[in-house]
Design a protein around this ligand. Structure first.
Ligand SMILES: NC(=O)C1=CN([C@@H]2O[C@H](COP(=O)(O)OP(=O)(O)OC[C@H]3O[C@@H](n4cnc5c(N)ncnc54)[C@H](O)[C@@H]3O)[C@@H](O)[C@H]2O)C=CC1
Ligand SMILES: CC(C)CCC[C@@H](C)[C@H]1CC[C@H]2C3=C(CC[C@]12C)[C@@]1(C)CCC(=O)C[C@@H]1CC3
Length: 345
């Protein structure tokens, strides 16, 4: 009689492994002696010891090939948060995650670690030291967040000790670091267009920005602590730098580090939010005729003008999490990694 061979606990697949976070995660896993498959719609790099599988996570047959003999799956794929394509978010983050869970069952995967987001509880108003038991946002700030909520629920509800399939969700916030295609490039682009002169609100709002290596560390700790008798099963965990910082101080430090001026003039939050909302509505109405992408979307204004920082107490207690790279060092490393974005480069 054929017996099913239990896959090695160090064989894993990273779905979304070509992305910013995914690639850092893959590199760290390889360093730690894992055998890694990457599954992504695009192949962005090559790395010895890593096997690439190109495909769409909505395609179960393609996924099954990448999950063969694997015990751990990290799911960190998503369409870019800035997209306004609601159907794409629904297809990839919700339907696609259901497909991922189904494929994990069929392939005999034992652990699924989802990259969720701390924003699943954010409604555009202040959150100070928010814990994981805050309710999901009833009015999420955009389609991205709406589908991240559904995605997290699907993954956590799939956790079953009886079936030997354990799941956990990691909720990072404001990930930054080398190769990030989003935060620093958008910031620099806005500065180069002369639009980074203003501070939204009084500038005292505290926010979590999390260095990518700390996010990676949280994922690996979660995978290694996730066991049938551990408190991690079916739970969500905030992973941040645990050093909330004034949003505008953080932005200014990056800008000044790259040779640009820090924003100086204050504008009232409600005024900027109102203008952003109006521009967003105009862009929506004109969409059949012309595609406009405003820089200051209501979502970005809300993120830039409110307090939103989260407690990591649960991750510290259940998996011994401590952010390995402190914020100041992380900012220095990040600035040094973007010589091509320096002013005048
Ligand atoms: N960047 C941030 O500040 C934060 C990100 N997150 C989450 O972290 C995860 C990773 O984000 P990033 O690395 O920043 O994004 P990214 O855009 O750099 O990486 C996402 C990857 O997913 C892949 N992908 C997209 N659709 C796919 C599909 N249908 N099939 C297969 N692969 C697909 C893309 O090709 C890309 O390589 C996402 O789940 C995101 O929601 C959570 C909190 C904050
Ligand atoms: C133009 C400026 C006012 C702002 C430039 C920086 C922004 C691009 C970033 C500041 C906070 C970031 C952030 C995210 C994306 C990039 C920012 C808006 C997320 C929305 C990414 C996905 C998430 O899950 C939550 C993040 C919150 C913070």
């Amino acid at each position: 009689m054929a017996t099913r061979v239990r896959p090695s606990s160090k064989r894993c697949t990273v779905i979304g492994g070509s992305g910013f976070l995914g690639r850092h995660l893959v590199e760290r896993l390889v360093d730690r002696g894992y055998t890694v498959n990457v599954f992504d719609i695009r192949q962005a790099y090559e790395l010895p010891g890593v096997t690439f599988h190109q495909g769409d996570l909505c395609d179960k047959q393609a996924l099954l090939v990448a999950l063969k003999d694997v015990s751990i799956v990290f799911h960190c794929a998503s369409p870019a948060p800035g997209s306004d394509d609601r159907a794409l978010f629904q297809r990839v983050n919700i339907d696609g995650t259901q497909t991922v869970i189904q494929a994990c069952h069929e392939a005999g995967v034992q652990k699924l670690i989802l990259t969720s987001s701390a924003s699943v509880v954010f409604e555009g108003t202040d959150i100070k030291n928010g814990r994981e038991d805050l309710p999901y946002a009833k009015k999420p700030i955009d389609y991205y967040t709406e589908t991240k909520i559904q995605q997290e629920k699907l993954v956590l509800e799939a956790c079953s000790k009886e079936k030997g399939f354990l799941t956990v969700a990691i909720r990072p916030h404001g990930i930054f670091g080398p190769r990030d295609p989003q935060l620093v490039p958008i910031l620099v682009d806005t500065a180069r267009r002369g639009k980074m002169k203003f501070i939204i609100g009084d500038g005292s709002n505290l926010v979590d920005f999390t260095y990518v290596e700390n996010v990676v560390h949280g994922h690996i700790l979660a995978a290694e602590h996730l066991k049938a008798d551990s408190p991690l099963c079916g739970q969500a965990y905030h992973i941040t730098n645990d050093e909330p910082v004034r949003f505008w101080d953080f932005m200014s430090q990056i800008l000044v580090g790259l040779g640009y001026s820090a924003p100086r003039y204050h504008l009232p939050y409600t005024l900027v939010y109102g203008i952003a909302l109006l521009l967003w509505l105009i862009a929506l109405v004109l969409r059949p005729l012309i595609r406009i992408k405003p820089t200051f979307t209501p979502m970005r204004v809300a993120l830039a003008g409110t307090h939103h920082y989260y407690s990591c107490t649960r991750a510290k207690k259940d998996m011994g999490y401590q952010p390995p790279v402190p914020l100041q060092e992380a900012i220095v490393r990040t600035v040094e990694s973007y010589p091509h974005l320096q002013k005048g480069a």
